[in-house]
Design a protein around this ligand. Structure first.
Ligand code: HCA
Ligand code: CU
Length: 500
């Protein structure tokens, strides 16, 4: 049996639906949520959902390998993200991004190799001088010459990488495993001698020979590397493969394990999560997932996943209300739109439409939400201008507009709105006009038209749709009466949970 939900209903008597974060403006009928333009949506108060997933019967079971409650983020927007097709960051942009990520609370910020270009080197030095709380890393090839340039920039550490798959050994750098191991040892010892943190990673780990991988990781672990990394460079790995590889590696090395997942096959977040479950300690991310091709584990998506796993840890470490600003900043700089389906900040991330959902959400947001929008400074919306609209959403909208009716009247008004939505796509203004006219007609002799500008054809369709809906309602009422007579309380309960 599921534990009870620790919620109080939000459908309070004042009914006003201003989001607690101030992003919404529910009383005048417009919603200005930062989740985007929400024409036809009603903002519902969101402060009463403090532990949206506490009641999950599927809460992760802790085990000794898992690091889901103590993971660290290596934020690579300024390295992997620079490899995104549309990215060009000048120093000013890099500083803005670095400061925003620092405020968000990421543990590390990874920068492009200073060996890549003179400007990259200067930018790296400038960011090191900002005095951020996050540690600054630079990402370099496993070459002594590159490492020498990197240690002089003021970074806290180096992430070195070399391709180990047969594809990369044959078609990219052309070196064998003995050469790779010797170079790795040389570079690691040099970087450590300079007092810097050092990570060694194989590129294309999931298409590399397992024995080769384990042997080189074991060798670098013995000489005191801080972290080893595995990288799904081509995005081919599945969560189960990730779990197996990381768990095996966890048994071989005692240092930290960093993971880097590309998203070609849509597994980047799931893979990061599985890696942490299997004992990885650090996850690479970028804002909106930008990187080579379609990128890597997105910062926001990882946070969405992790807050469900350990809410207290995530809330204590990261300044979640900054997420939207960082995404807007980066989206703007690389000239992309944030997709409607984006984790947490997407236009629809907290929007509820079907009548059944709206009703339940108004009673208790945990019914249809695993994330709490208020945690991220976002707003919850209930769509109230469609054929799927239910009377609870309309009641909430009437409350916002300051129009009181009886439940039967809300229901009758909802029928009008649904019928009209069957005739044409209706906007928020249309819904509000119908509500106001309907309310007016309840209290005045002189009747107002519910909606101006309907053609004769539309009026006919509207009347037919309304009759049809009323017929369905009547039938439902009859069914309910029959249920009551038959003394089947369970059936009655189910029906009343439906929204007409
Ligand atoms: C690349 C390199 C890398 C490195 C990852 C890492 C990859 O651009 O191909 O150092 O962990 O995906 O393998 O981003
Ligand atoms: Cu990568």
């Amino acid at each position: 049996m599921c534990p009870p939900v620790d919620e109080t209903p939000v459908n309070g008597s004042n009914g006003h639906a201003n989001g607690s974060n101030g992003h919404t403006n529910g009383t005048n009928g417009t919603t200005n949520g930062t989740n985007g333009s929400h024409e036809g949506y009603s903002a519902i108060r969101s402060q009463h959902n403090p532990h949206p997933h506490n009641a999950s019967p599927y809460k992760p079971v802790g085990d000794f390998l898992s690091n889901v409650s103590r993971f660290k983020i290596i934020e690579s927007t300024l390295r992997e993200g620079e490899q995104f097709a549309n990215a060009y960051f000048d120093l000013e942009a890099k500083i803005k991004i670095a400061k925003a990520l620092d405020e968000f609370g990421v543990d590390y910020i990874e920068l492009t190799s200073p060996a890549a270009s003179e400007q990259s080197r200067l930018d790296c030095e400038a960011i090191c001088k900002l005095g951020l709380k996050a540690k600054i890393l630079t990402h370099v090839r496993c070459h002594l010459e590159d490492a020498k340039i990197a240690v002089e920039t003021g970074v806290d550490g180096l992430d070195v990488v070399i391709g180990t798959s047969s594809y990369l050994r044959e078609h990219s750098h052309g070196k064998d495993m003995t050469y790779i191991k010797n170079t790795a040892i040389e570079v690691i010892e040099f970087v450590k001698s300079k007092g810097k943190e050092i990570r060694f990673s194989s590129e294309d780990s999931f298409r590399s020979d397992l024995v080769d991988l384990l042997s080189i990781y074991s060798a670098v672990d013995k000489i005191g590397v801080n972290r080893v990394g595995i990288a799904d460079t081509v995005g081919c790995a599945s969560p189960r493969q990730v779990y197996d590889l990381v768990r095996t590696l966890r048994g071989v090395v005692s240092c930290d394990i960093e993971c880097h997942f590309h998203n070609d096959t849509g597994c980047a977040i799931a893979n990061a999560y599985c890696a942490l479950e299997a004992g990885a300690t650090h996850v690479d991310t970028s804002v909106l997932g930008i990187g080579e091709r379609n990128g890597i584990t997105p910062l926001g998506g990882l946070i969405a996943r992790m807050i469900v796993a350990d809410r207290d840890y995530v809330l204590s470490k990261y300044n979640l209300k900054k997420l939207k600003d960082i995404e807007d900043l980066v989206a703007d700089l690389v000239e992309v739109n944030i997709p409607f389906s984006n984790y947490i900040t997407g236009f629809c991330a907290f929007t509820h439409k079907a009548g059944i959902h709206a009703k339940a959400i108004l009673n208790n947001p945990s019914t249809y939400e695993i994330l709490n929008p208020a945690d991220f400074g976002m707003s919850r919306y209930v769509h109230f201008a469609s054929r799927l609209t239910g009377w609870n959403a309309i009641k909430s909208r009437c409350d916002q507009l300051g129009l009181k009716m009886t439940d039967a009247q809300y229901k009758a008004c909802t029928v009008k709105i649904k019928a009209l939505a069957d005739v044409r796509k209706i906007a928020i203004d249309d819904t509000d006009s119908i509500i106001r006219a309907f309310h007016h007609n309840l209290h005045n002799e002189e009747e107002r038209t519910l909606l101006d500008g309907l053609t004769a054809e539309e009026k006919k369709k509207f009347a037919a749709a309304e009759a049809e809906l009323l017929g369905v309602k009547e039938k439902r009422a009859l069914d309910e009466a029959a249920d009551a007579q038959a003394e089947v309380p369970a059936a009655k309960k189910t029906r009343t949970a439906e929204v007409s």
